[in-house]
Design a binder for this molecule. Structure first.
Ligand code: AMP
Length: 121
């Protein structure tokens, strides 16, 4: 698995392309998806160079893993869609071609702000 340093999320992380930022810390960056599929559609990405969840699971440090999971929870709370907010949301990550992944930098989609249905199409 070779990481493409010119993928669009790598450029966002380097500040070469703007994003509508929601949250950032040492481990993650979160921003709104440019083509929202639900009322709220956010992305949470690790700052490290990981192609997808398989790559991350095999190669990320424990701090990075904890940082990503906690980052998702923090963003959900910030957006008012977490269980703490009495709501809920769908966290989803696509992996490689059969998973429908388009951008080869690991990212979790957070869908919420409304009932998101039984399955994403
Ligand atoms: P995936 O198919 O899981 O790889 O999802 C890639 C997502 O990135 C899609 O939902 C796109 O709408 C989104 N996307 C692509 N370019 C940008 C961008 N510049 N800013 C925010 N979201 C983007």
């Amino acid at each position: 698995m070779i990481y493409d340093e010119n993928n669009i999320f790598a450029k966002i992380l380097r500040g070469e392309i703007p994003c509508k930022k929601i949250y950032e810390n040492d481990f993650v960056l979160s921003f709104y998806d440019i083509n929202p599929q639900k009322k709220i559609h956010a992305l949470v990405i690790p700052k490290g160079q990981y192609v997808d969840l398989d790559d991350f699971s095999l190669n990320a440090s424990q701090d990075e893993m904890v940082g990503l999971l906690k980052g998702i929870n923090t963003v959900a709370k910030k957006l008012g869609i977490s269980v703490d907010n009495g709501k809920g949301y769908r966290a989803l990550t696509n992996i490689n071609e059969h998973g429908g992944q388009e951008v080869p930098h690991l990212h979790f989609h957070l869908f919420g702000g409304e009932k998101v249905g039984k399955m994403v199409q």
